[in-house]
Write a new protein. Structure first.
Length: 381
């Protein structure tokens, strides 16, 4: 094995995807020491810090368009980029790969044909290559065209192995794409091993009692498998929680996973008169995110990979549920008592977060899951 190509969204501004990719590369190197691991970002990015529309006004307009029109715009955008640049770049990356890994993360989802379009075009270049689908999340909500495009991807790529990150995803892959259930393994999220993948980035001290991972609640709802839910104002929700915790003497850090829409909410909070009483951080790279979380005694987060990173580092986290994948993770780790709704009452959250400061994660369960990730991935590659 000389070269492994990992196809996902490793350069996404949502840095959890970069944590996944780096963790997968770390696991691959454990089996094949010195193997060349390269990344292919199916959104066409070649580095971090590339601009996107999600944090600007155009994205707000896009969200309000009819769903069919949104899907048509996304497909046309992907087709244009595939013809102008992606095809040439991706062919060069694929050509000398001994193994192509598609995963992990929620790649098999259908929000305005975003990932279905990108997977469809990628699949056209994977004919004849050895392909493994590893630790992907698979939604239960598919449009006709989304299901068709991902079906074409699977037909062209013809993966030799399939693994999803949870049982629900395995069942969805079987139900919607007719992959025999016996061919689908369940291998938990690779980011569960990020503590070893990013061992040199960990903070030697706890600078903050509580890290609050700020998110755009509207953006989360738009991407949710649960469907539309009325949300409170994002800035008001997070600032109210932080102020309640600070009143109890907690040192509070506001941070994000790096996503543009979340950074916009953080900027709104940081412009307020009370901002001087808190710390703020916007990570730029996956190692920044891991380092920030490692410097907190506990965190509260909606974002799945903020919770996964914290769990890998042995840091208690309180989750707020906006999608099935978050619920599945807390079930997997036997921590559903620490999972709340999308925007729970501040007094309820405050009491639970303060209790977390005295809590410890189940290290035995963590080690079981980390072993399952490594052994399961090695069996696939």
């Amino acid at each position: 094995m000389k070269k492994i190509l990992i196809c996902a969204v490793p350069f996404s501004d949502n840095l959890g995807d970069g944590v996944i990719a780096a963790s997968l590369a770390h696991i691959a190197d454990m089996k094949y020491p010195g193997v060349k691991v390269e990344f292919l970002d199916i959104a066409g990015r070649v580095a971090f810090d590339e601009s996107n529309l999600r944090g600007g006004g155009a994205f707000g307009i896009f969200q309000k368009l009819p769903s069919l029109l949104r899907s048509a715009i996304v497909f046309a955008y992907c087709l244009k980029n595939y013809l102008l640049s992606w095809r040439r770049q991706w062919q060069a990356a694929v050509a000398d790969a001994d193994l192509v890994i598609v995963g992990g993360g929620q790649l098999f989802c259908d929000v305005a044909l975003n990932f279905p379009s990108k997977l469809f075009f990628l699949g056209r270049l994977l004919r004849g290559k050895k392909v493994a689908v590893v630790s992907v999340g698979v939604t239960a909500r598919w449009s006709f065209w989304g299901k068709l495009l991902v079906g074409k991807f699977l037909q062209n790529a013809a993966p030799v192995f399939y693994a999803t990150r949870d049982v629900d995803s395995a069942n969805n892959l079987h139900a919607f794409f007719r992959i025999p259930r016996s061919r689908i393994s369940v291998v938990p999220d690779p980011a569960l091993v990020c503590a070893s993948a990013f061992s040199e980035e960990l903070s030697p001290e706890k600078k903050w009692d509580v890290g609050i991972c700020v998110s755009s609640l509207d953006a989360l709802v738009m991407n949710s498998e649960y469907g539309s839910t009325r949300t409170v104002g994002s800035a008001e929700f997070f600032s109210g929680l932080a102020e309640a915790l600070q009143a109890e003497g907690a040192r509070v850090l506001y941070f994000t996973n790096g996503a543009a829409e979340d950074n916009k909410v953080l900027a709104e909070i940081s412009s307020r008169a009370t901002a001087a009483n808190f710390s703020f951080a916007v990570p730029k790279r996956p190692d920044d995110l891991v380092s920030l979380i490692s410097a907190c005694s506990c965190i509260a987060a909606h974002r799945l990979h903020a919770n996964i990173v914290a769990y890998s580092l042995g840091i208690p986290s309180l989750g707020m549920n906006w999608d099935k994948k978050v619920e599945s993770f807390f079930q997997l780790t036997n921590r559903t008592q620490h999972l709340f709704g999308l925007s729970p009452r501040h007094d309820e959250l405050k009491a639970s977060v303060l209790a977390l400061l005295q809590a410890r994660n189940d290290r035995e369960r963590l080690h079981e899951l980390q072993s399952a990730v490594i052994a399961g991935t090695h069996a696939l590659i």
